[in-house]
Design a protein around this ligand. Structure first.
Ligand code: SF4
Ligand code: SF4
Ligand code: SF4
Length: 577
């Protein structure tokens, strides 16, 4: 502090006392007792400024503050409390309100696409991404309309058949395969143009109560998203939704209905952040994607006093995911809506092109729920394929298993088959690194996501190349021929003979699974090296063995014959001589 500043700010007695003295003020980390005092001081200041009635810090929030390292010293504390005052929706600040801008890592191999002014202007255009959302809302209305209408027709009606119902074809042959592929390549681009959230937005323009997010949702955070994905996955197979137009339509309507309800009742996009079943899968796969939206940490820490990305402006509402771009540590926290890009006047937002998998091994704040989800996904994706295996179908038939019962048993078994070996390997690895088992799980579980994605893509390849592509082509030919002949679509039969040999599909699946295994292996090694340079081999060996086990299991499940076993031919009739 300069002398002029001292004379301006201090009372005369204190000024006199400090005259000609050098006062050494240790960094914040060495003055833990001061942290709650300073935090409360800033909280009063910013709460008054923002017109909030936050009365103080909860005990858990204070614990979190005093256990942080404060590399940015008192300025960082001021920023953290300012953000907490803005985001807080309860009477006291809770740990979830404390958003730390992570220390800047070297932005290795990242290219900020927004340095190109044309891209920047295009993405800041008011019609982007609105126009795509409208197109998708129209598409989802068509899908829901055809599936519900077709499903309500009497048995034998053409629209009751998968191959004649455009709603079923778009939902299951176009939309569902595109979700994981787009998340892997571009990140949460689906969320950018999502009609489910878009319809919620439309309704919330009529009425929005803006209630604060219920505390339980905040506390459970990503766990709820994981549970909701598992529930959807279970229910979808249990009721055979993908084969029934009526069930498909109802599923769409229910998801849209819940999204609309949450958009009307709660602030921002509470449904997308805390409940959407697709958010878990999209968030997990996006961690491998080539693109990310992040804040420029230097700009956000030093040049920003307004936090418009969070508060919103006339150009765009505040972040729907309750995030600050600079504090985002993984893709589950950002739905790539582009709002912050439009609100921020400081050029604090970046859209980075990055190496695939980088987010996985660079996790500086590993999230246990996301990591366990990555492992459970490995089991769930294997389960999808397992239900079609010839040997399993034969067992089901010969044992006379009831479909719903066998589905439930297989579902739970595959979750355990993935979780138990990983829990064991984490216990051994944690012993080698002398950390808690839960910490070890959080660090290494995320490395299994590439294998889970490879299982998902293999399953899609199997379903699509073995059957789906012919249904799609048949439908297109049917539409063309029916329109040309002026007859109702579905009144003509079109058969396209399979032209993709099963060995090609098996080869593709093997390559994908091996690629997924290689990705997981690289991620494991990189994570182990980042966590510590000591005992790297001992720490990853247990996880490596589990990865090999999963890989062999995947190769077996995804390359084994599928479909019902052919009926044995009847014994030859005895000849009467
Ligand atoms: S989180 Fe779910 S509802 Fe929200 S935008 Fe993404 S897919 Fe749509
Ligand atoms: S993104 Fe922009 S508005 Fe948000 S904190 Fe950074 S500089 Fe501020
Ligand atoms: S506002 Fe920015 S940080 Fe928030 S979800 Fe949208 S793109 Fe991501």
């Amino acid at each position: 502090m300069t002398e002029a500043e001292v004379s301006e700010k201090f009372i005369p007695e204190l000024r006199e006392l400090l005259k000609n003295r050098i006062v050494v003020l240790p960094p914040l980390i060495q003055r833990l007792k001061d942290i709650p005092l300073l935090a409360n001081h800033y909280l009063n200041l910013f709460s008054r400024k923002d017109g909030k009635r936050t009365s103080g810090l909860s005990r858990e929030a204070t614990d979190k503050l005093v256990s942080y390292a404060w590399p940015g010293n008192i300025k960082e504390l001021e920023n953290v409390i300012q953000r907490a005052a803005i985001v807080s929706s309860e009477a006291v600040i809770i740990p979830g309100d404390l958003i730390f801008v992570l220390p800047s890592e070297k932005e290795i191999h990242k290219i900020n696409l927004l340095r190109n002014e044309r891209i920047r202007d295009l993405l800041r255009h008011p019609l982007i991404p609105k126009v795509f959302i409208w197109v998708n809302i129209f598409m989802v209305a068509v899908m829901a309309g055809f599936t519900l209408f077709g499903g309500s027709r009497p048995e034998g009606h053409p629209l009751q058949e998968f191959g004649n119902n455009p709603g079923m074809i778009i939902t299951w042959l176009v939309w569902f395969p595109l979700l994981p592929i787009s998340a892997f390549l571009i990140g949460r681009i689906w969320c950018t143009v999502c009609p489910l959230a878009g319809i919620g937005d439309l309704f919330s323009r009529i009425k929005k109560f803006n209630l604060p997010v219920p505390g339980i949702l905040k506390r459970m955070d990503f766990w709820l998203v994981v549970l909701s994905f598992m529930f959807l996955d279970y229910v979808e197979e249990f009721f055979g939704v993908a084969e029934k137009p009526w069930a498909t339509g109802m599923l769409l309507v229910i998801i849209i209905g819940v999204s609309v309800l949450f958009c009307i009742l709660y602030e921002r996009k509470t449904f997308c952040r805390y409940l959407c079943p697709l958010a878990g899968m999209l968030g997990a796969y996006s961690s491998m994607s080539l693109f990310e939206i992040r804040g420029n940490k230097k700009v956000c820490q030093t040049q920003c006093g307004q936090h418009l990305c969070y508060k919103g402006t006339e150009q765009a509402p505040g972040c729907p995911m309750f995030s600050y771009p600079a504090s985002i540590s993984n893709s589950t926290e950002c739905m790539m809506c582009l709002n912050c890009l439009k609100s921020c006047d400081n050029r604090g937002v970046q859209i980075n092109l990055r190496p695939p998998l980088q987010e996985i091994w660079r996790q500086s704040q590993p999230v246990l729920s996301l990591s366990l989800f990555g492992v459970i996904l490995v089991g769930l994706m294997a389960r999808h394929q397992f239900g079609h295996l010839t040997f399993w179908l034969s067992i089901e038939k010969s044992w006379g298993l009831i479909e719903g019962f066998s589905h439930t048993v297989v579902y739970l078994s595959f979750i355990l088959l993935a979780f138990v070996p990983f829990a064991l390997s984490s216990t051994l690895s944690a012993a080698a690194s002398q950390e808690k088992v839960s910490e070890n799980m959080a660090h290494y579980g995320i490395a299994f996501i590439p294998l889970a994605l490879s299982g998902h893509l293999s399953h899609i390849a199997h379903e699509f190349l073995d059957e789906g592509v012919y249904e799609l082509l048949q439908y297109l030919v049917k539409v063309y021929e029916s329109l040309a002949a002026g007859v109702a679509i579905g009144s003509r039969e079109v058969i396209i003979s399979p032209f993709i040999h099963s060995s090609i599909i098996t080869f593709l699946k093997t390559m994908m699974i091996t690629g997924g295994m290689a990705g997981a292996l690289i991620a494991l090694i990189m994570i182990a090296r980042r966590v510590s340079v000591r005992n790297v081999f001992a720490r990853i060996l247990p996880h490596l063995l589990v990865l090999m086990l999963f890989w062999i299991g995947y190769l077996f499940i995804f390359t084994a014959p599928t479909g019902a076993a052919p009926e044995p031919s009847p014994p030859p009739k005895a000849r009467i001589r």
